[in-house]
Design a binder for this molecule. Structure first.
Ligand SMILES: N[C@@H](CCC(=O)N[C@@H](CS)C(=O)NCC(=O)O)C(=O)O
Length: 230
């Protein structure tokens, strides 16, 4: 078992879904960390102190013993490599690919499209909020529909098959919490905020409920963060 790092500093924002993923992963791995907050509504992500650690000007960044790492999935993969137990990914290569497929359905297929810098191109934040919301709802529902289909397909695989999720849940990929859940919970939170109808996605709602009942997931939720606004 590798030694815990001397220091972990997370630059994050309470309502950033990518920050929320990393908070969940850190909690799952039982790693304590310090926080520095970056208010992305005030544009703090573009200030030199943030771009010095995160070249594109995003949150989150995890600084490990003074060395910054950006991109939430790369951060979770790094934590997995450094601290493999408890695991965020299954060991079997094909099951591992299935979890990564779920992760990327959100990370590549939804989240970039709901980003502030993208929404600002869709419509003005003061005068065209409806247009922005409609855009987000469309792309979130499209991605969650795919996520639901992938989870249902994995549930249906006979146990022991390489792609089987096994046990039909309750989590996104079988009976064990994984990186797919660390991505799903923040995405469902964002979906609810913008009013996406989740009734077509019962399996995904069940996985979200199972994950949110875990104490480390509850501790990572936006409202539990020190920079949360009412
Ligand atoms: N792929 C990156 C995306 C990071 C990202 O888009 N962060 C958002 C918050 S979830 C952000 O900083 N947005 C600020 C902006 O769009 O200016 C990751 O997974 O960390």
């Amino acid at each position: 078992m590798p030694k815990p790092p001397t220091s972990l500093l997370l630059a994050h924002y309470w309502r950033s879904s990518c920050s929320y993923r990393v908070r969940i992963a850190l909690g799952y791995k039982r790693l304590a960390y310090e926080s520095t907050f970056v208010n992305i509504l005030d544009g703090e992500q573009l200030l030199p102190q943030n771009t010095a650690r995160n070249a594109i000007g995003h949150v989150p960044t995890l600084t490990i013993d003074g060395v910054p790492y950006g991109e939430s999935v790369a951060i979770m993969e790094l934590l997995e490599d450094l601290y493999p137990d408890p695991a965020l990914l299954p060991k079997a290569p094909r099951a591992r690919a299935r979890v990564r497929e779920l992760v990327e359905t959100i990370n590549a297929g939804i989240q970039p499209l709901q980003n502030l810098s993208v929404l600002d191109r869709v419509g003005d934040s003061k005068t065209e909020q409806e247009k922005r919301t409609a855009w987000m709802k469309h792309f979130i529902a499209r991605g969650l529909k795919a996520f639901e289909a992938l989870v249902v397909r994995a549930d249906a695989e006979p146990a022991g098959e390489p792609d089987a999720g096994g046990l039909a849940g309750p989590f996104a990929f079988g009976g064990t919490f994984s990186m797919a859940d660390a991505c799903l919970v923040p995405q469902v939170y964002a979906a609810r905020r913008v009013g996406v109808d989740l009734t077509p996605f019962p399996r995904l709602v069940r996985a979200d409920g199972a994950a949110c009942a875990l104490p480390f997931v509850a501790a990572a939720k936006p409202e539990a963060q020190a920079d949360a606004k009412a």
